[in-house]
Ligand binder design. Structure first.
Ligand code: NAG
Ligand code: NAG
Ligand code: NAG
Ligand code: NAG
Ligand code: NAG
Ligand code: NAG
Length: 936
């Protein structure tokens, strides 16, 4: 098995592993019986050759090139001489028909003349496109067949039970296509599945991958079986142990059946030493260990057990499998150390990423002389990187990121790895040095380079790397200006450039590089925004010192999905064109000095999900056209000078979750319609520090559906394609992809403080039970505190201070066990302060400025007539209910600042999705970030 094959495997291990190699012997042609010749001609007429349609299915066959065999079929010649047709030497009957990968498109229906070729022993129609034809029951009439292959040919529907009548079959391939929709897939009723396994006693090879079977695996098999491929068939139940003991089994593929579970045989298994390929990925081996008995499976070349829920150490016997070439154990819970690799020199591919390996990377790694792929990302490996890595000259992929490696490693270790295409050392405690006399560079072959947080100080190491496609040098110590030679070197290759979190002061003019993503966040860039090409989709350049206006050239960046210009010193007006970019999902210009009226018209059909204008100097009205942004999830216009009334019309945005309008010049009564279902998803509302008047808006509270239910199970939607692993899809899009995902975390807050609200606190506020923060302070609210606030069972901060509230503190509040901050100061409250587990922790300042309050902690005198406030007098605080939101320290900060002097800001973060790995693991999600910002 050559390395070329392996590379393909690595790229798309699901698709490219087809091993039905029929041998079609070339015998002396015999004259073809007329009826069979006619049948072939008729059959040929029902099909057309179409390279573009049918070649797609052929790509599942690595070895074969698609070509139209039937084009050479000419009437004038004996049909036994036609390409793909073989006749019996004695009788002349057509006994073999091989039209695999022949670019054929058409239907094979029940009347097809194909079924007149009753002498066929071998029939191969794989890798064509039969346009969702059903597999006709007439295939069951080929009673002489020993080999039948209809794989990857776009057959659909139920596989007929007549197939189980082909009692001479030795090889059966019905592998379906990797379909995105269930309806296009082949199905096999569980009963017929059993018949095939039990009745076809001659069967040696069976491939039913991606056929929908959805049953358990029967107990009895033909003992002749050498190849059993049932990956992606929806099998369930337990793998019968007998499978592991089949005496002739070479290939066992059950991968992708995540309803299937198994245990490894602990005894001597596969004693005939036949097993070559074991692929059980995604089968649940929960709690099982990789058994020492692997030592008996000495023939093993492929061991693919990712996402199997395996526990425990990797048995030493694994490293004694001298034929093992391909090892994939990623996404398990394997522990222990990597043992010595002395006997593992056959290994070409090793992936044990996302486990819990500890210890050092052994020096004996130099014995992996052929290895092309090493992936150990997300483990707890430590110590220095062995210098012997430099001997692994066949390496194309090395990922050691997210471990605890430390010490320095010299660039020279990698400079002779002439095939290295992917290198990641990010997120360790490594420092990359370059201390040899001859200064080394990284190899020319690199396309993907990830050296985040590796103490990189200079870009000289990249002088040779001229085909870089994806570069991550974030979190390093690169200073000053980017040297002039750097960027021009990548004009034809670079797509994703990440130099964030360095100390760059200038990037110089960016040459015409068709970049997809630039991340320059948190440097010290001066000057104005750079000119960029319209291929750009993601621009992150926040937290710098950029000045000037947003240039008009940005209007040409029509592919932008994310524009993050936050925290710079940008001036001037907000450019109109930014609101007409159809693909833009995130627009973040917070904390700049943009000014003028917001005279923008957001277009209908805009994809905008998050718009943050916080902390600028924008005036005028809130643009009504924001109502066109139907995808909008977060809108922050806080800390500007907008002069308007409450934008009730935003309530029709059914995805809006976060709305902050704090600290503007908004005024008037907050009125919304009660009949329309407005703001259904809103879970953060900040209207503080404006000049809103009149009563608190009960009509608004009556809407706000999301604040009325406690939903801790907010989930990322599951993509249907995840049923099969997405890493195979990756190849198509080449490498790494950036996705913007919306707000993931729910932290329900309402801040209406520092306005001119009057009247009573409506008791309906108690229905907003999901609230964690409620601030109504600094208004003109009167009357009693409604006892219904006792229903806010998860509230952590309640601030009603600086109003004109009167009456007693309702004792229902004492049952709020999550309450960490209570501020009732500066009101006209009176009577006894209730007792309760949380109330015992509040100090004087929670109550000061209320002359009529008595009891702990204000005074001693609330007497014995006080009733215990909780039903359960032996209340034990729940350890689990610790503050999840902000640390206690932060809460103290909250207590100290008041009014508009302190805000809880928000920022939406983006996360990078490296789709190289299965989705659910590679996600590095930066959740919604809240920040306490003191305003000067
Ligand atoms: C078979 O079909 C091919 C392509 O459709 C055509 O070129 C060829 O002439 C046909 N041969 C016969 C014998 O019908
Ligand atoms: C099993 O195969 C035999 C032919 O060998 C056939 O006669 C019989 O009907 C099959 N059994 C079933 C249940 O299909
Ligand atoms: C591995 O093989 C070596 C050499 O054959 C042998 O000495 C050693 O005991 C084996 N280790 C295991 C764990 O089987
Ligand atoms: C490894 O590299 C050597 C030397 O470049 C080469 O001869 C050998 O074929 C390579 N091995 C594989 C498996 O590609
Ligand atoms: C890349 O930069 C190096 C160093 O200046 C230079 O020698 C080389 O010619 C450049 N390569 C390309 C393709 O521009
Ligand atoms: C936008 O692109 C057009 C066409 O390429 C070009 O003519 C124009 O000068 C560009 N505008 C700006 C402001 O760069």
């Amino acid at each position: 098995m050559g390395y070329g094959r392996l590379l393909l495997l690595l790229l798309a291990s699901f698709f490219l592993r087809h091993e039905f190699a029929f041998s079609f012997s070339s015998l002396a042609p015999q004259s073809c019986p007329e009826d069979q010749s006619l049948a072939l001609i008729e059959f040929n007429k029902t099909l057309v050759v179409n390279a573009s349609l049918a070649t797609l299915n052929c790509q599942f066959y690595e070895a074969q090139k698609a070509y139209p065999r039937t084009s050479s079929w000419v009437m004038s010649k004996d049909c036994c001489s036609w390409d793909g047709v073989i006749c019996d030497e004695m009788t002349g009957h057509v006994i073999e028909l091989n039209l695999s990968c022949s670019q054929l498109v058409g239907n094979i229906d029940t009347n097809s003349s194909l079924f007149q070729l009753t002498y066929l022993q071998r029939l191969d129609l794989s890798g064509n496109d039969f346009s969702n034809s059903q597999i006709s029951p007439n295939f069951g009439r080929f009673t002489s067949l020993t080999h039948l292959d209809l794989s990857h040919s776009s057959f659909s529907g139920q596989i007929p039970s007549e197939i189980s009548h082909l009692s001479k079959l030795q090889s059966l391939g019905l592998s379906g296509d990797f379909a995105l929709f269930f309806d296009d897939e082949l199905g096999l009723p569980p009963h017929d599945f059993k018949l095939i396994l039990q009745n076809l006693t001659q069967l040696r090879e069976l491939d039913l991958r991606y056929v929908n079977i959805f049953s358990s695996i029967p107990l009895n098999f033909s003992s002749h079986l050498t190849t059993l491929k049932l990956g992606g068939t929806g099998l369930n139940g337990i793998i019968p142990e007998s499978i592991f003991h089949l005496p002739n089994l070479q290939v066992l593929n059950l991968e992708g059946n995540n309803a299937l579970s198994g245990n490894f045989s602990k005894t001597k298994w596969n004693s005939s030493r036949s097993l070559v390929d074991l692929s059980l990925s995604a089968v649940n081996f929960s709690g099982d260990f990789l058994p020492y008995s692997l030592v008996y499976v000495t023939s093993l070349q492929f061991l693919v057990l990712y996402s199997c829920n395996l526990l425990g150490p990797i048995p030493k016997s694994l490293w004694n499998l001298t034929h093992l070439e391909y090892l994939d154990l990623r996404n398990n819970h394997l522990e222990g150390q990597l043992e010595d690799f002395r006997y593992s020199s056959a290994l070409l591919h090793i992936d044990i990423s996302n486990n819990q390996l500890k210890g050092y990377l052994p020096k004996s790694i130099q014995n992996l002389v052929n290895v092309a792929h090493i992936d150990l990302v997300h483990n707890q490996l430590q110590g220095p990187l062995p210098k012997s890595l430099q001997n692994l000259v066949n390496l194309t992929w090395l990922d050691l990121s997210s471990n605890n490696f430390n010490g320095s490693v010299d660039v020279s270790v990698f400079s002779n790895l002439k095939n290295l295409n992917y290198l990641s050392l990010s997120y360790n405690s490594i420092s990359l040095t370059n201390e040899n006399e001859v200064r080394s560079t990284l190899p020319q072959s690199l396309e993907y380079l990830f050296l985040s947080a590796c103490e990189v100080r200079e870009l000289d190491i990249l002088r040779s790397a001229t085909i870089l496609y994806y570069l991550d040098l974030s979190n390093n110590k690169i200073q000053g200006r980017i040297p002039d030679w750097v960027l021009p070197n990548w004009t034809h290759s670079m797509s994703n450039l990440n130099l964030s979190y360095n100390m760059l002061t200038s990037i110089g003019p960016i040459p015409r590089i068709p970049l997809n993503t630039i991340d320059l966040r948190s440097n010290n860039l001066q000057g104005s925004l750079p000119n960029l090409l319209p291929t750009l989709q993601y621009l992150f350049i926040s937290n710098n010192n950029l000045k000037g206006e947003i240039p008009l050239s940005f209007c040409n960046l029509t592919s932008l999905k994310v524009l993050d210009l936050a925290r710079n010193n940008l001036k001037g007006a907000f450019p109109q064109c930014l609101s007409t970019m159809t693909y833009l999902e995130v627009l973040d210009v917070q904390h700049n000095s943009l000014s003028g009226d917001l005279l923008t018209t957001f277009i209908f059909g805009s994809g905008l999900k998050s718009f943050n204008l916080h902390g600028n100097m924008v005036e005028g009205k809130i643009p009504r056209s924001l109502a066109n942004c139907m995808q909008l999830e977060a809108l922050d216009l806080g800390n500007n000078y907008q002069n308007d009334t409450f934008p009730m019309w935003l309530g029709t945005l059914s995805n809006l979750q976060v709305l902050s309008l704090r600290s503007n010049k908004l005024h008037g009564a907050v009125r919304t319609s009660t009949s329309l279902k407005l703001f259904p998803q809103l879970w953060m509302l900040d209207l503080s520090c404006n000049a809103f008047t009149a009563e608190l808006p009960t009509s608004l509270f009556r809407n706000l559906k999301a604040m009325r239910r406690i939903d801790q199970t907010m989930k990322v939607p599951v993509d249907r394609t995840q049923r099969y692993y997405q890493d195979s899809v990756t190849v198509v899009t080449k490498g790494l992809e950036l996705k913007v995902v919306g707000i993931l975390s729910l932290y329900t807050t309402m801040d209406l403080s520092s306005n001119k609200f009057e009247g009573h606190i409506p008791s309906m506020m108690g229905d907003l039970i999901a609230l964690r923060v409620l601030n109504l302070s600094h208004n003109g609210l009167q009357g009693p505190i409604p006892p219904s606030l006792g229903k806010l069972s998860v509230v952590e901060s309640l601030d009603l201070s600086s109003n004109k509230l009167s009456g007693e503190i309702p004792k229902q509040l004492a049952s709020l066990t999550s309450l960490a901050v209570l501020n009732l100061s500066r009101n006209h409250l009176e009577g006894c302060i209730p007792k309760g587990p949380q109330f015992a922790t509040f100090e004087n300042n929670s109550y000061e400025g209320n002359d009529g309050l008595r009891g702990f902690p204000v005074s001693g005198g609330c007497g014995s007539h006080q009733i215990p406030e909780t039903n359960n007098t032996t209340f034990v605080p729940d350890e689990e209910s610790d503050l999840t939101f902000l640390s206690e320290l932060s809460w103290k900060v909250v207590l100290m600042g008041y009014g508009c002097g302190l805000i809880i800001g928000f920022s939406i973060s983006y996360f990078m999705l490296s789709s190289r790995k299965p989705n659910w693991l590679s996600r590095v999600a930066e959740d919604l970030e809240y920040r306490i910002i003191m305003r000067s």
